[in-house]
Ligand binder design. Sequence first.
Ligand code: SF4
Length: 287
Amino acid sequence: MRVEVDEKSGCCFGVIRAIEKAEQLLDSGVALYSLGEIVHNSVEVNRLKSKGLKVINREQLAQLRKATVLIRAHGEPPLTYEIAAANDVTLIDATCPVVLHLQSNISKSYKKAKETGAQLVIFGQRGHAEVNGLVGQANGDATVLESVDELRLLDFSRPIILYSQTTKSLEQFARLRSEVRRHLQPGLLFEAHDTVCRQVSHRKPHLHKFAREHDVIIFVSGSNSSNGKELYQACSEVNERSYMVQDREDLRAAWFKSCRSAGVCGATSTPRWLMDRVAEAILNFEF
Ligand code: SF4
């Protein structure tokens, strides 16, 4: 059986950068905390924990003093930086440059929205760390829309400035943009900033092609990765013999009956080494 690991799957550069920063510090002996899990993949998080990384939440951050804390690729609201400064906590800022740029633009738009009476709207998942960081740039004064079904939350008699969480789908953003335009009172300002990260959006069409090229698809992802669920769905759409696993232990021999070619791929939070490990287990039939 031929086994191919998808070259384009795996962690995006923002996540790789955050993991590398954490590893450098841990290897040099720094006692490092991470505010939230560095990546939505428990196998990778456990690997970093075994090197000494401690994952903390916001309440635990407030209790820390004179410690070193890593901010992951999703970024954080300004309040986190204020708490750290007040508690003598050193922050290692691994916010993805793409997210940093978006945060800075939202901060500028917030000032403009205050001057013009516009509503600042973020298309994203409520409560998601990146979205919390984005809303924080507007002092909490932004409306989060999870889908086009929530248009009722907007006031169409006021101007609107729209942004997107980086991991939302391009198609859904385009649909929301046209629905807002359709409902808005004529003559009002409408700025729609397409801030979907192409690192994610380009993967779906590629995975459609990759999944068609193999008899069986093994999609490696953490069960808590929303991007993983979406990309697995993309594989299943074109190849019904697609299976999601977290690691090699989840593989089942029955899946590979009469299989001549298996493709291994994963989410933007799946490290390359983990896909390689699963591919090796398939080749050696270690399950
Ligand atoms: S998906 Fe894009 S914006 Fe998000 S961390 Fe990765 S590279 Fe950065």
